[in-house]
Design a protein around this ligand. Structure first.
Ligand SMILES: Cc1ncc(COP(=O)(O)O)c(C=O)c1O
Length: 259
């Protein structure tokens, strides 16, 4: 289908509006955990919002546990107003939370899912945008200009194909859930709060502090990332292919280091 300049300009404008809505959603997302449930803004012109993009448990907020019903409410509001629901699963996807996608824990069905990080197997940078049937046609019909210097990264796709084989293999998610239980048990009673979704964890302690905790753990051989939007939290995401013995060792070092 050919695209006129006017249509292209319109597509760009739609994109910008979509991104603006995404900013609003990020603010909404940062209200979790345990604050207010998603509510229809009412006074806003909801019909003019094309899409809501949300990181369903924001890593940089220490993987807060969404209030019960929160994501469903976001989903319902999108459906009500015809806005597309875009979920960022860059951190939480590919089995990290014990289901293949985090949104599967919440009984919702996004229109678009973004995924990256582990998609390249930790070796080659790769990312993907997954489109539900219907959206795919819309994407191509509106001919949004889409290019990328590294798009179609063949070598990355080989790594990704292997990652998909591994993560979709029978027993993979069960293994993640066994490890997650091990970490839940192993970290119980420490001087920090643990937000946990499978192997996506936020370890929160204002007293220990995010920079101090990150530095101490790094010295001890455990790589965590400061969770910037917390007062004292780190992102802790052990790899999914650990053996149970390796998990025990990590837990032991973690406890010896930060309690
Ligand atoms: C939740 C989330 N979304 C998106 C991104 C961007 O991913 P990438 O660097 O693979 O483009 C990141 C990177 O840290 C992230 O944590």
């Amino acid at each position: 289908m050919s695209t006129t300049r006017r249509e292209t300009t319109r597509s760009r404008r739609d994109c910008i509006r979509t991104m603006a809505a995404a900013g609003g959603a990020a603010a909404l997302a940062s209200c979790t955990p345990n604050t207010r449930a998603a509510s229809d803004t009412g006074d806003q012109d909801a019909a003019s919002i094309d899409a809501v993009m949300i990181e369903s448990s924001p890593a940089q907020s220490g993987f807060p546990v969404p209030d019960s019903g929160y994501l469903q409410a976001v989903n319902d509001i999108c459906r009500k107003h015809g806005a597309k629901l875009i979920i960022d699963e860059v951190q939480t996807g590919l089995g990290a939370t014990g289901k293949f996608w985090f949104w599967q824990h919440h009984g919702i069905l996004p229109d678009i899912v973004t995924t990256a990080k582990g998609l390249g197997g930790g070796i080659l940078a790769n990312a993907a945008v997954l489109l539900a049937p219907g959206i795919k046609e819309w994407f191509f019909d509106t001919a949004i200009p889409h290019s990328s210097t590294f798009g179609g990264n063949e070598l990355g796709c080989v790594a990704t194909a292997r990652v998909c084989d591994l993560t979709m293999a029978p027993g993979f998610l069960e293994h993640v859930n066994v490890l997650a239980e091990q970490f839940a048990e192993g970290l119980r009673g420490g001087p920090y709060k643990v937000n946990q979704h499978g192997l996506c964890m936020g370890i929160l302690s204002e007293e220990l502090g995010k920079m101090e905790m990150t530095a101490k753990l790094f010295e001890a051989g455990i790589f965590t990332v400061p969770a910037w939007y917390t007062d004292g939290g780190v992102e802790f995401r052990p790899i999914l292919t650990l053996t149970e013995n390796e998990a025990d060792e990590i837990i032991r070092v973690f406890r010896d280091t930060v309690g």
